[in-house]
Design a protein around this ligand. Sequence first.
Ligand SMILES: *Cc1c(COP(=O)(O)O)cnc(C)c1O
Length: 381
Amino acid sequence: MECQDYGLTRNTERDNLNLNPLQRGGMLPIEAKKALLEYADGYSVCDYCAGRLDRIPTPSITGFLDDLAQFINVDEVRTTHGARESKFAIMHALCKPGDTVIVDGNAHYTTHLAVERNKLNMIEVPNNEHPEYKITPEIYKETLENALDKGEEIKVALLTHVDGDYGNLTDAKEIGKIANNAGIPIILNCAYSMGRLPIDAKALNMDFVVGSGHKSMAASGPIGVLGMKEEYADKMLQVSKRHQVKEIEMLGCTSRGAPIVTLMASLPYVTERVKHWDEEVKKTRNFVSQMEEIKGVTQIGIRPKEHDLTRFETPIFDKIAEKHPRRGFFLYEELKKRNIVGIKRGQTKWFKCSVYGFDEEQVNYIADSFKEIVEKYKDLL
Ligand SMILES: *Cc1c(COP(=O)(O)O)cnc(C)c1O
């Protein structure tokens, strides 16, 4: 057979400013790109393996895991194939089919799938609805206590640190304390936070923290982080009876080759960048205030912003779309002409975006571009 042309060239990041929040924290620094080439071959990290991935001395995966544990302040850490695999593994180790877990109402779909794949029941903590969609410690506590009063036995609690719909930062410390007091192990899903902002699992009262290398830690991925307190290590990292060095929940070995090596190469860069998180928040707030100078653009979720993922309601763009010959596609196409991408094609009622990592000049250019597009079509309003 002859293979088709798969279209494997990509100039998205070279030629454009990409506003897709999903991609802003996964961009590789040059050191990681070099490591990617060095370790591009399959099983390339296994040259000096004696049976345990986490103990490989060259490249020093063992040293890297020590540093990673320190970076997020946990006793034990492993890498997985993603935040979702980390959540699945924890629930799998701690629960049996039919057990009940409690999760926040802004949880990612992968949390729901991890619950479903483990055949668990799920209690959801509602958010406070439009326009804030906030998960408060009070509602978390109330939902948990109501369930316990009804005689529910809850095996695991989960909190989404920053959700992917509104970019709301939750009060992990307070909600962690609520779970601790109830004696329920709690997982903090840091897919949108670990690698962007400092995470201290112990200070946040968390038993487990999970992260996503390709989402927020400047790695190629797919790779996830699974950090835990000492008291759960026996259960989480139990070894096989037949293959005595292999950890069962990890299926022996997890992430190897390019995914883990890029995460390793990026860790020094990531540990440095989280120190500048307050500048990123300031930048986002500045972007929001420029965008809201447009009548008909409103940021929803917690105000002022505490994270770069920003959701706008944009009735003004929807109004233009009604009369524009290109309908809903006009916005994407006008942005593309200005080398701005990352807003979904056809979407004008609302959109999510992020200016994480851009400089001031780029942020101003992006905000000005939106203003310019409104000005261009003001006759359609
Ligand atoms: C992106 C995302 C995930 C999925 O992360 P993977 O590492 O791809 O599994 C999970 N949770 C949240 C909140 C996310 O934003």
